[in-house]
Structures are given as structure tokens and as C-alpha cells.
Ligand binder design. Structure first.
Ligand code: SF4
Length: 376
């Protein structure tokens, strides 16, 4: 195994666009931390599984108290073989960050922070129902740097209601001034059962169109690549090769273990996931064992997953590796399409790999669909 993901299923309040699994009932936090530690123990193995990356995601991991984070880190160190050079990331919201907390995270073994900024525009932050403001976001970066963090990523969103091209450019300018090594930049997608989807269906507010989305994405790509950020994955940008090692292991289909309600795992062959309910997750653990639901993938599904995850990154679709894994010569089988994608500027060949250009990223779903093998 290489990656360990721990889902902290709590948030101070619900953002209007979010469909992740979380609860705002923070009073059950201690019980959940005991449950997470229990699942970590139950799913540990002998000999201990090696861990190269840990990712505390959520929800809002920065909500964890010092005691709670110490319990989880100590359990990991006891039951897993944590590499001394492991990347240990914690997702943090700006309103949870203060100088003391940042220093504590360093002491606890966190060496990478992913900070949920989304925008520096206070009016838009209110529409998103975020719990922080722009000033807190700027101060939080200062504080984590003072505490010694240099491996910092920020999340930014585009195609947001109430935002404009000018406000997106202002956000990018602020981010560029901060000179962070990694940025994750997402366009708003209106997910079902969110406040935004409700507003949209009831026509309570207008949302950016697909054309706005594409124009904004082009602005993001152009501005960041102009300032030496490599657009190495559809939504990720890194300076000086500061790629997210944890996320790269998802895209490279390395095994990972997901702990916590709603968390997903991959053992190199099959995927599994935990139940997305805090109450039922804890109840299942009371039986003395973990209850991940295994999703057996057919060979065709595995091939299609390989195509999809590889093409979303600069790692590219490796023809040789594909043939070794699946005994199919995808390059010959799709030669006409591959040549067409390359001649039209959507993709290019890098040694024996097919990689998408930015124009290809824009239509990656269509490209993948054309390369997929039929599932029935
Ligand atoms: S803080 Fe993050 S996980 Fe929580 S509701 Fe907002 S976007 Fe979702």
C-alpha cells in the first residue's frame, strides 16, 4: 500500500455547493475520532503496511483538536510502517488557522497543507456560504509560513455566481503574489441535493453558463502557465515539480486505504468504500470489524479507468504499460483516432505515451469516451 486517506466528516457549516459527506453536529467528534482510530487498527496488517502519503481530507480536518489529531497520528505510527519521507497533508479552512494551531500541526507531523480559499472576493464567499473571509485567508497563509510550512496548496474556484472575469483575474493575481508551490483550481459544478441545485431549479439565482466556464478555465490556464506553474492535471498546477504525491498515487492507480465514513480504498485490484453515514459507520465498527463494501471491477472497467485517470494528468496513457497490464494494444486499436487527436492539437505523443494538451483537457470526457472499451 502507498497512500492512506482519513476522512474527517465534520464541517462548521454547509457550503452551498458541496455534496461531500460531512455533518455539522460537532458534538459527536470524540466518538468519531475513537471510531477512526479503531478502523485504523482493524485494517492494519502484519507485517505493517508501508505508507508513503497520508491525506487528512473531509469535511474539515482543521476542526480536529490537538488531542484528536495526536490520537490519529499515534495510531498510524503504531499500526503502519510510515516512511520517514512520507508526505502528510491536512486540508485546512482559513478560519481554523491561527499561529499556535499551525505550529502544533508541524509538531504533529503534518508537512503539507491544502488550504480551502476558493476566492478572495468576500461577496462571493458569502454566496458560497463559506465560513471565512478574504482577510482570514491571507492571514492564514502568513501564519502557516511563519510556522515553517513551505509545502502549501490552495484551492480556488471559478465559474462562480456573482463573480466575473475581472474578479477571477483579481483572485489569480492575489494567488500569484502569494507564490504557493501548488494550486488546485476547480470550476463550479452544480451537484444534486445542494443549495445551489435547489436555487437553480427554482430559478432563484443565475449561474455561469458552459461558455463562462470554458472562458474562465482558459483564463486560469493562461495566467498560471505564464508564471511557471505546470498544468499537470486537469485541476492541478505545480511550480518546480511540487506535485501532490498523494493525489498522484490515485491517478497512477497505486493502492490506497481510505478510513472513515464515505472513504474509498483501492487494493491494486478492487475498489471498496465505507458507508456514508457517521452514525451507521460507528455502529458497524461496534461489531468489532470494518465493513467496506467491495466494488469488483471487470477487466473492461479497469482498462477504461486506466485510460481516464492517466489522460487527466501529465503522466499520460502509457501504451506499453497498458499492454503489459491488460494484454491489449490500445495504440494500434485506436491509431486513427490517436493520429486525429494529435493532428488537431488535442493530444501529443511523448515517447510511448499519449498526453492531452490544454485543448484536450477541455474535452477530456469526450476523448476518453471515444477511447473506452465497450462494457457489455
Ligand atoms: S468546508 Fe469543504 S467539505 Fe465542508 S461543506 Fe464546505 S466545501 Fe464541503
Amino acid at each position: 500500500m502507498s497512500g492512506l486517506y482519513i476522512h474527517i466528516p465534520f464541517c462548521r457549516k454547509a457550503c452551498n455547493y458541496c455534496d461531500f459527506h460531512f455533518s455539522t453536529q460537532l458534538d459527536s467528534m470524540d466518538r468519531m475520532v475513537d471510531g477512526l482510530a479503531k478502523e485504523l487498527r482493524l485494517r492494519g496488517s502484519t507485517p505493517k503496511s508501508p505508507i508513503d502519503t497520508i491525506y487528512f481530507g473531509g469535511g474539515t480536518p482543521s476542526i480536529l483538536t490537538e488531542k484528536a489529531l495526536n490520537i490519529l497520528m499515534e495510531t498510524i505510527i503504531t499500526y503502519y510502517n510510515l516512511s520517514p519521507s512520507a508526505e502528510v497533508t491536512l486540508e485546512a479552512n482559513p478560519d481554523d488557522i491561527d499561529p499556535n494551531k499551525a505550529k502544533f500541526w508541524r509538531r504533529a507531523g503534518i508537512n503539507r497543507l491544502s488550504i480551502g480559499i476558493q476566492t478572495f472576493n468576500d461577496k462571493v464567499l458569502k454566496v458560497l456560504n463559506r465560513s471565512h473571509n478574504a482577510n482570514q485567508a491571507l492571514k492564514s497563509i502568513d501564519w502557516v509560513r511563519q510556522a515553517g510550512f513551505d509545502n502549501i496548496s490552495a484551492d480556488l474556484m471559478f465559474a462562480l455566481p456573482e463573480a466575473s472575469d475581472a474578479s477571477l483575474r483579481a483572485d489569480l493575481k492575489t494567488l500569484l503574489n502569494l507564490d504557493l508551490p501548488h494550486l488546485s483550481i476547480y470550476g463550479l459544478i452544480i451537484e444534486e441535493k445542494t443549495v445551489f441545485s435547489n436555487w437553480k431549479s427554482q430559478k432563484k439565482r443565475s449561474f455561469p453558463s458552459d461558455l463562462d466556464y470554458e472562458r474562465n478555465y482558459r483564463i486560469v490556464h493562461a495566467e498560471l502557465t505564464k508564471y511557471q506553474y505546470e498544468h499537470y492535471e486537469i485541476s492541478s498546477f505545480a511550480k518546480n515539480a511540487h506535485f501532490s504525491r498523494h493525489n498522484a498515487s490515485y491517478w497512477l492507480q497505486n493502492p490506497y486505504l481510505g478510513i472513515g465514513p464515505g472513504a474509498h480504498s483501492f487494493d491494486g485490484d478492487n475498489r471498496s468504500h465505507n458507508i456514508s453515514s457517521n452514525r451507521l459507520y460507528l455502529k458497524q465498527l461496534d461489531t468489532g470489524r470494518a465493513h467496506p463494501v467491495v466494488e469488483a471491477l471487470s477487466l473492461t472497467e479497469k482498462m477504461n479507468e486506466y485510460v481516464m485517470t492517466r489522460l487527466r494528468t501529465h503522466f499520460g496513457l502509457d501504451f506499453e504499460q497498458f499492454e503489459k497490464k491488460f494484454h491489449r494494444d490500445i495504440k494500434s486499436e485506436h491509431l486513427i483516432l490517436i493520429n486525429q487527436l494529435c493532428s488537431e492539437g488535442f493530444a501529443f505523443l511523448d515517447l510511448n505515451k499519449l498526453k492531452l494538451t490544454f485543448e484536450g483537457f477541455l474535452i477530456s470526457d469526450d476523448i476518453c469516451a471515444r477511447l473506452f472499451y465497450p462494457t457489455s
